[in-house]
Write a protein that binds this ligand. Structure first.
Ligand code: ADP
Ligand code: TRP
Length: 321
């Protein structure tokens, strides 16, 4: 079974990204054939500073390797290093009714928020379909916001196959229901675009400063506190298990401590949790040439896997004459 996912290099990775997506991908590596890529063409829809996009791409690759994407187990590459995806993107465009894209939530939301729209934002799901279909993906793990994009990829693949025969694999989405949405420091969904994130790889002091800003209830120090709906607890529980989690709940119930204490504790457990990842990150940060080599080798592997599919597509569509 082939599992594929992509992530846009459009900002710093946060703990919502880790628990909502990256951790699942890392765990899937031991059971399935996993494909992970950095969607830098997609990120062009929000990052227009060229130098910054290049830096964010390397940063994202470094972070992924540090967090456990293993190039021995996964095919790991940068989207733009396998250009066949753009060829397929164009070919699939002829099997994409305008209405299908006009109904896409992400496009409608951006238009409603008054973003200046352009063709890349509109055709974004077609490129995503090409990402998925080029590699014969069976399963695409995504957050809820991306389900519709995978459904669009399915619709396009079905239309293509109706015309040319059974060539494209029809993909399915997979949503990790049990991972609740990680809240941001303001209590809304944590998201780069809301400016409410807790970075995975921030500096210790900066991280503490951010954690201190988490919005909490106003309850006197000596009073018992509710942990269920507390933003600090919702983050801390991601890093704790068993006795340690119960102990934290007890501290809330007992009273005598303020949210400031719980925030300090959250900062400590989080710092500890990512310690090994941080060390690995320092290694890759100091060996960027190695990261580039890994990405290039990954792209070569990805292209080799894509080649029979794109050859078949060229042949049936008459592009290969
Ligand atoms: P952002 O909202 O910060 O831009 P992305 O849309 O790039 O994040 O999401 C990348 C991945 O991380 C997706 O699979 C998404 O489902 C997951 N993710 C993002 N934010 C959260 C969150 N707050 N809680 C759980 N998962 C999240
Ligand atoms: N659109 C996805 C996101 O914003 C990123 C992405 C691009 C992707 N191509 C993909 C995800 C293919 C899964 C499969 O999160």
């Amino acid at each position: 079974m082939r599992v594929l996912t992509g992530i846009q290099p459009s900002g710093d990775l946060h703990i919502g990204n880790y628990f909502g997506s990256i951790k699942q991908m890392v765990e899937a590596q031991s059971q399935s054939q996993t494909f992970a890529f950095i969607a830098n063409y997609h990120a062009m829809t929000s990052v227009s500073d060229g130098k910054r996009l290049g830096e964010l791409t390397m940063q994202c690759a470094t972070d992924f390797l540090a967090l456990g994407i293993d190039p021995e187990k996964s095919v790991f590459w940068v989207q733009s290093d396998v250009k066949e995806v753009l060829e397929l993107y164009w070919i699939l465009s002829s099997f994409t009714p305008m209405g299908l894209l006009e109904r896409a939530h992400s496009y409608k939301d951006k238009t409603a928020k008054g973003f200046a729209t352009n063709h890349s934002l509109f055709s974004y799901p077609v490129l995503m379909a090409a990402d998925i279909l080029l590699f014969g993906s069976d399963v695409v793990p995504v957050g809820k916001d991306q389900i519709q994009h995978v459904e669009i990829a399915r619709d396009i693949a079905i239309k293509f196959n109706n015309q040319y025969g059974d060539i494209l694999t029809i993909p399915e989405f997979r949503v990790q229901e049990e991972v609740a949405t990680v809240p941001g420091i303001d209590g809304q969904k944590m998201s780069k675009s809301y400016g409410n994130i807790v970075n995975i790889f921030g500096q210790e002091k900066e991280q503490l400063k951010t954690i201190k800003k988490i919005v909490t209830e106003n309850v006197a120090l000596e009073e018992p506190k509710e942990f269920e709906n507390c933003n600090v607890y919702s983050m801390a529980k991601l890093f704790l298990e068993g006795e340690n989690l119960i102990a934290l709940q007890e501290r809330y119930k007992r009273g005598g401590e303020g949210h400031g204490h719980f925030k300090m504790y959250l900062a400590e457990v989080m710092w500890e949790y990512f310690r090994d990842f941080r060390e690995k990150r320092e290694y890759f940060e100091a060996h960027q040439d190695e990261v580039i080599e890994i990405l290039k080798a990954g792209a070569a592997k990805a292209r080799k896997i894509a080649l029979p599919t794109i050859e078949k597509i060229r042949s049936v569509t008459g592009i290969k004459y």
